[in-house]
Write a protein that binds this ligand. Structure first.
Ligand code: ZN
Length: 288
């Protein structure tokens, strides 16, 4: 029985008295107690879950009450992401270094509070990542990745915002890769989906605004791809319930980009541009 089956059956009253217990081992145990003549009948079902993402909020004292920005370091644990052209570094390592540097910069500047989906080398499902933003009622979700392409000359950073329709075939392929098991898993045609789509439209336009700001702040300071703002249907962005973008910091399949991404001074420039764009976007929303 899947989790969804279970929820549906509980929702229609088919299973009365279902208890859900979260245990420390990272599993949910369902204890099902039947009603009627066989009230003593019990069964249990254990569903293994990945370790939960962290809800820790990082902030300087001056940022009390400020909006929360969730930074998502792509990949992690058994999911290494792309490997660099030299073979010496993996995407999951650089995304974490960038995410930590961005967190530290934002906390130092004191205009927002910050949460991270992961602050170490752990595997997280896409839904666990987006759920951090929902639980914290975050003002923004920024997922950090590093691209890889068959063409070794492809280089530069790009920013993806959520859309139903991909801006180009490459963007569609990237979203399919990042979505993994979730590709095509979206429901269609139900009332729930239609209501969600209405909220999604404003989320998409806010995400596109954020992506434009990121591109504008990065221009001239960070190597960018041609047409750096792209669109695709990323599951992790859709589920964040906040303006959400996916920042591809460059190409690990390109030797120059690998050098840039492994150079702390170059990373600092990139992180500063990201921090300024994030602050400008948060400020624009709080003025409304
Ligand atoms: Zn990635």
């Amino acid at each position: 029985m899947t989790w969804l089956d279970m929820r549906n059956r509980v929702g229609t009253g088919a299973i009365a008295g279902a208890a859900v217990t979260v245990v420390a081992a990272g599993a949910i145990v369902f204890a099902l107690v039947g009603r009627g003549s066989d009230a003593s009948a019990q069964s249990s079902l254990t569903v293994n879950l990945p370790p939960p993402a962290s809800d820790r909020v990082y902030a300087s004292p001056v940022a009390r009450g400020r909006p929360i920005v969730v930074i998502d370091a792509g990949h992690g644990g058994r999911d290494p992401g792309a490997t660099s052209v030299s073979g010496q570094v993996r995407e999951k390592e650089l995304t974490l270094i960038l995410a930590q540097a961005l967190r530290d910069e934002l906390v130092k500047r004191g205009r927002v509070r910050v949460a991270m989906t992961r602050d170490d080398d752990r595997y997280l499902a896409l839904d666990d990542r987006a759920a951090v933003a929902r639980r914290l009622n975050a003002a923004m979700f920024v997922s950090i990745h590093i691209d890889s392409a068959p063409n070794p000359l492809a280089r530069g950073a790009s920013v993806y915002s959520l859309s139903d329709v991909a801006s180009d075939a490459e963007a569609a392929q990237l979203a399919a890769r990042e979505n993994g098991d979730f590709a095509g898993a979206q429901g269609h045609g139900t009332v729930e989906t239609m209501l969600a789509d209405l909220a999604m439209r404003s989320q998409m336009s806010a995400s596109a605004d954020l992506a434009s700001r990121l591109v504008n702040k990065a221009a001239g300071r960070v190597e960018l791809r041609p047409n750096p703002h792209r669109f695709a249907a990323f599951h992790v962005l859709r589920r964040a319930d906040a303006p959400a973008v996916l920042f591809e910091a460059g190409y690990l399949s390109n030797a120059d980009d690998e050098l840039v991404l492994r150079n702390p001074a170059d990373r600092s420039k990139m992180v500063l541009a990201l921090a300024q764009a994030i602050e400008a976007d948060v400020a624009s929303h709080s003025r409304r």
